[in-house]
Ligand binder design. Sequence first.
Ligand code: ADP
Ligand code: 5GP
Length: 213
Amino acid sequence: MSGLQSIRARWTAPDVGALFVVSGPSGSGKTTLLHAALRAVPGLEFSVSATTRGPRAGERDGVDYHFVTRAAFERLLEGGALLEHAEVYGNFYGTPRAPVEAALAEGRSIVLDIDVQGAAQVRAAHPEAVSVFVLPPNLAAIEARLRARGLDDDTIVARRVREADEQLAEAGEYDYLVMNDDLSSAHTQFQAVLVAELLRRSRRESWTLAARR
Ligand code: ADP
Ligand code: 5GP
């Protein structure tokens, strides 16, 4: 278990959930940090994106992504079913609108792992979104991690490293930064941001009311 070990004990859901947006260059560690955070922070839901990229080893359709054809992606787009979308590293990605809007309407919290173009579209539609940018210590670390991950061929790794700077250039638009150098520290930083947001007084009126009864 990584991050905030005992936060689950006696946790209660906030009255008003949060819309979290997480971005960072490929290999910065978003997936690793998110998987641990989804286990550690109660009541968080992951927004499963649609993508035209093919599945990597170990990825499950409907869990990691909805893997769709280009034609199916275009139908989703034309039908207004995507909250945002972008072309990233040569493939199309988009966030299904309905699960995000249902979560927000019901006070639940949801996390989107999306690129900087998508994050800008989400901010425009939902100015209350809370955004987190995961930074690598340097570009060399990204390349080493993508190679060590062993799930993308050399051409794909090279493209992702080349395009990392375009993502990094937008870090200034985000509310929070997480430095993923030492992984254990990054888990704690990331989970601390999520938990702090979920403890905002504006999301917790019922706690104060209950304490005064
Ligand atoms: P992203 O989702 O941002 O593309 P991943 O979470 O898939 O990145 O991480 C890329 C690779 O780097 C994975 O193999 C992961 O295990 C590894 N990794 C993540 N964080 C660190 C770290 N702090 N130090 C070393 N390796 C890491
Ligand atoms: P990967 O192919 O490594 O899973 O993801 C590549 C990039 O696409 C990452 O930066 C990831 O955050 C981004 N991404 C994943 N899903 C979406 C989405 O629904 N919308 C947008 N705009 N980007 C996404």
